[in-house]
Design a protein around this ligand. Structure first.
Ligand code: ADP
Ligand code: MG
Length: 275
C-alpha cells in the first residue's frame, strides 16, 4: 500500500497538500497557492487559469534556481558581465563576434573560443561574461585557471581518481581555461591537459585565454609535437578573439593618476596592487 492512502483522515487538507507539493518538488506552488487563489477569485479567473498562473510561477522560479545552481557549480572567481564591458576601450576586439558568442550557439555547436592578448586587456572579464551567459542559457560551465587545472589533474592522478576527474571535465558543456601561458607545465602536466582537450574534442566547448600568441604555446607545453596536436584539435572549430589594445588596468590607473595630480604611486582599486 502506498504512503498516500495511509495518511490518517484527521490530517487537514492544507497539511496533506503541503506534503504532496513537497514530494512533487513544487516549492513555488506551496508558497504561492493561497495568494494566487485570492487573486484569481478577485479576477474571477477559472480553475484552469488559476492552475496556469501557479505553473508559470513554478517554472519561472525553477529556471532561476537552475541558473543559480549552474553559476555556483561553475566556480567563477568573480561575477562579470557584458553590461560592464566597455568595447570602446578595446577597439581591436570584434564586438559583433562577441555579441554573437554571447548568444551561446557556439556551445550548442561544440566550437571553441580562444581569447588572446596581453595582460589587462579584459580576457578574463570576457571569459566570465561568456560563462555567465552560458549558465543563463542552460549550459553547464566550469571555470578554472590553466595552472589550477594541471595541478588538480596531477593530484587526481597521484590519488588514483584521474579517470573520474577526466569524465567530469569531459561532460561539462563549456570548460573555461583561463591564463594559459603564465606558468609553463611539466611534461606530465602538459600531457594531462592535452588529454582533457582531446577528450573534449567535438564533444564540448572549451574557452581558453592566453597572453601568448599561438606560436609561443610550445614554450608552455614544452613540446612542438604535442602543441601542434593540441592546436589542431582546439582550432578545428574555433572563434578567435584578439585583444591587442592597451591594458584596461593601466589605462584606468593612468586616468586616476591624472586626477590625483601630485601623487605618483598608482593603486589599482580593483586589484589592490601597485603598478
Ligand atoms: P586580462 O584577463 O586580460 O589580464 P582582465 O579581464 O582581468 O584582464 O581585466 C583587468 C581588469 O580590468 C578587470 O577588473 C576587468 O573587469 C577590467 N577590464 C578590462 N577590460 C575592460 C573593458 N574593456 N571594459 C571594462 N572593464 C574592463
Ligand atoms: Mg586574466
Amino acid at each position: 500500500m502506498s504512503e498516500i492512502t495511509q495518511v490518517p483522515t484527521s490530517v487537514t487538507p492544507a497539511v496533506l497538500l503541503s506534503d504532496h507539493l513537497k514530494a512533487l518538488k513544487l516549492p513555488t506552488f506551496m508558497r504561492e497557492y493561497d495568494k494566487v487563489a485570492m487573486e484569481s477569485a478577485q479576477d474571477r479567473a477559472d480553475y484552469p487559469r488559476y492552475l496556469l498562473r501557479l505553473c508559470e510561477l513554478e517554472r519561472i522560479d525553477r529556471e532561476r534556481r537552475m541558473v543559480e545552481r549552474r553559476i555556483r557549480m561553475a566556480r567563477f572567481p568573480q561575477t562579470k558581465s557584458f553590461d560592464t564591458f566597455d568595447f570602446v576601450a578595446q577597439p581591436s576586439l570584434n564586438k559583433a563576434l562577441v555579441l554573437e558568442l554571447a548568444r551561446c550557439d557556439w556551445i550548442t555547436k561544440r566550437s571553441n573560443v580562444v581569447a588572446l592578448g596581453p595582460s589587462g586587456t579584459g580576457k578574463t572579464h570576457l571569459a566570465l561574461a561568456l560563462g555567465l551567459s552560458a549558465c543563463q542559457k542552460g549550459q553547464s560551465v566550469a571555470f578554472v585557471t590553466a595552472a589550477a587545472l594541471v595541478h588538480e589533474l596531477m593530484e587526481a592522478r597521484d590519488e588514483r581518481r584521474l579517470r573520474k576527474l577526466q569524465q567530469q571535465l569531459a561532460q561539462v558543456k563549456l570548460l573555461i581555461i583561463d591564463e594559459l601561458g603564465y606558468v609553463p607545465f611539466t611534461a606530465v602536466g602538459s600531457e594531462l591537459l592535452f588529454e582533457v582537450l582531446s577528450q573534449r574534442y567535438e564533444r564540448g566547448s572549451t574557452l581558453i585565454t592566453s597572453n601568448l600568441p599561438f606560436d609561443e604555446w610550445p614554450s608552455v607545453f614544452g613540446s612542438e609535437r604535442l602543441t601542434g596536436a593540441l592546436l589542431d584539435r582546439l582550432t578545428h572549430h574555433v572563434h578567435i578573439l584578439e585583444m591587442n589594445g592597451d591594458s584596461y588596468r593601466l589605462a584606468a590607473s593612468r586616468k586616476r593618476q591624472k586626477r590625483q595630480s601630485g601623487i605618483d604611486i598608482i593603486i589599482d582599486e580593483q586589484e589592490g596592487v601597485m603598478t
